[in-house]
Write a protein that binds this ligand. Structure first.
Ligand SMILES: [Zn+2]
Length: 254
């Protein structure tokens, strides 16, 4: 049964992913994400309902607009696929629960914010705000259901705070990165938040080195950091407890 629900969650994820594509392209240009409906950026023709099937429509149309044959960015099916896969992984891990719904909001915010950061180098407050609101709802729910609250507040403060200190010392990141770290921390609790920051800095270092080696970026270019916080945050969400325990017991602390 879980497999059938998994497929269902994947389909929901990929449909939402196609809405996230719209957000990713429209938020930086200050366009409405509600109106007008999806259209071709070149010929402006509205995309037909039957051409809006996530991933499949792209394959059927071979990545071209049905009306004018303008190439459609590969980013569209990739975001749909990524959203479907991440939604399914998180569902399989947490099962149907209130937490699952809030984690899916978190993942959605991270996908939109990371891809906009990669495309434009900017992080938009209204995207982060959705994540912060979901984080506050998550904390309230945790408090009601288990009495736990402090670790999540500390997680947000610690994650946002560490990035803020890095910004003040090095100028290497932007305040948007601190917002993203803060909102992830609200969901993770203190120890997983610290793990997330550690992972994101390591992954960011590796990513930046690769881009430097292949000459895609120079030393002066700012690297978009939100994707690394997001990857670190997702690893910490799924495996944080286990990794932190293994680490502590290795040093005889647990
Ligand atoms: Zn067109």
């Amino acid at each position: 049964m879980e497999g059938i629900y998994g497929v269902f969650v994947f389909i929901i994820g990929s449909i939402l992913g196609s809405f996230f594509n719209l957000c990713i392209f429209r938020i930086p240009s200050e366009e409405s994400i509600v109106f007008p409906p999806s259209n071709c950026p070149k010929c402006k023709s509205n995309i037909k309902k039957y051409d809006l099937i996530p991933i499949i429509s792209y394959l059927i149309l071979r990545g071209k607009c049905r009306n004018c044959s303008e190439k459609v960015s590969i980013q569209y099916p990739l975001i749909e696929l990524l959203t479907g896969i991440l939604f399914t992984i998180i569902y399989l891990y947490f099962g149907f629960s209130v937490e699952l719904f809030l984690y899916l909001v978190l993942v959605s915010v991270l996908i939109i914010t990371s891809v906009i950061d990669i495309n434009t180098g900017y992080i938009y407050e209204r995207v982060s705000l959705v994540g912060i609101i979901a984080g506050v709802v998550f904390i309230v729910y945790k408090y009601i259901s288990s009495g736990e609250m402090l670790t999540y507040i500390l997680g947000g403060v610690a994650a946002g705070g560490i990035i803020a200190i890095i910004i003040l010392l090095t100028n290497g990141m932007g305040w948007g990165d601190a917002e993203v770290a803060f909102l992830c921390g609200l969901f993770l609790g203190l120890s997983s938040s610290i793990l997330m920051i550690f992972l994101s800095i390591v992954l960011g270092g590796i990513g930046a080195s690769i881009l430097l080696v292949f000459g895609k970026k120079s030393r002066k270019d700012a690297i978009p950091f939100a994707p690394y916080i997001s990857i670190g945050g997702l690893i910490a969400l799924l495996y944080g407890e286990g990794i932190v325990k293994a680490f502590l017991s290795y040093y005889g602390l647990y």
